[in-house]
Design a protein around this ligand. Sequence first.
Ligand code: PHE
Length: 454
Amino acid sequence: MKEREHFGSRRAVIYAMAGSAIGLGNIWRFPYMVGEHGGAVFVISYIVATLLVSLPVFIAEVTIGRRARTGSYAAMRRLDPAHRGWRWAGLLSIFIPMVILCYYSVIGGWSLFYLFKACAFDFVGTSPEAAETLFGGFISSVWTPIGMHLAFLAACAWIVARGVKSGIERFSKLTIPALFVLIVLMIAYSLSLPGASQGVRYLWHPDASALNVKTFVYAMGQSFFSLSLGMGAIITYGSYVKSDENLVVSSAGTAVFDLLFALLAGMAIMPAIFAADIKPGAGPGLIFQGIPFIFSSLGARLPVLSSLIAIIFFLAIVVAAMTSVISLIEVGVSFLGERFSVSRPKACALIFAVCGAVGVVCSLSFGPLSGIKVVGKSIFDLFDWFASNVLLLLMAFIVVIFVGFFMKKEDVRDEITNGGRKKLNDKLFGVIYFLIKWVAPICVLSIFVTNFIL
Ligand code: PHE
């Protein structure tokens, strides 16, 4: 068998996984979910879900990937050949990232458009109202958002076509630390705005009346989405992790870093939203409506500084979105390569063609197709809801059941403790295994079912 490529070092593993995890999920989706689902109550549910459920699922996915040494399609089958049904789980794990890719790259395209706008100093000198209507005009138009979506997706596909090491590692090593610094700068700026404290209160002071089961479903879906769980991405990355790597440390490092990043993004954006008097429940457009509004009002006083911050901010978003999309494409590429021996460039081209085309429909659902509603949701919302609140939960459930009930406990221990060599992991194994086998499946299932019953 051909030797599988490996990530070079511990840092490279964490950077690549964090590169997948940190993306629009943290910067775009988290703030708008917080805004739509009651502020601090959502934030707290999200933190609990991440530590109690997502982290064990994360460890379970890396365990499967590294043990099987293959992409997510074949991984479970290889570990448990007796049950043919794992093939369906494998197929599901390929299908989900492709669904996400279709609409995620539309938002990647929006970010690209705003980066161009920022570079053209378009947020300076426009009135706040004009900045607000810019967004509405843009997303409801036909060609520009489609062009941006396709350009964004093509750039990512091109990077993946160049290979695991040269493409993904180099790219994410460079951008993740830079992104972190940018977000911290944004917080300082945002907190200095008049009225910012209201946003801070909204994020951190829970309002008990906002509490309901839906909050938990969305918080858990958001947590899985943000950590790239329940869709094969982390299984696939796990298969590139070296056998002497400490899997618990890498997983926990990524989860905590991603959590922190979402909270920082929330702290950067929410105060600004309140300062600008924008409704936090504005939906997917929240940051795109809020941020230019801020830049234009600041731009009236400090045009150069405001333009600089705008450029840096949207550049950061585009880069974060790219590293995530790269990992989505990687799932499909590894499937097509291993199953059908399709070459990397060909696989990338194929994924670009299919997801690009479906993405066009998602993009149009903000404009000419906005009248089409399925169960009260636009096509875009339907994709997002179905992927994160249904498919991700389902797949995460399958993953923990697989590790908890279908893998031999000794094999799981062997993987998590590196054959007993990681002493601390050995001590923690009982707790980790209990979380994977019982806590995670029960939480996911009960929240999922309650949501459908209520
Ligand atoms: N986790 C990424 C984010 O937060 C999105 C993503 C989902 C990436 C699934 C890869 C796989 O933006």
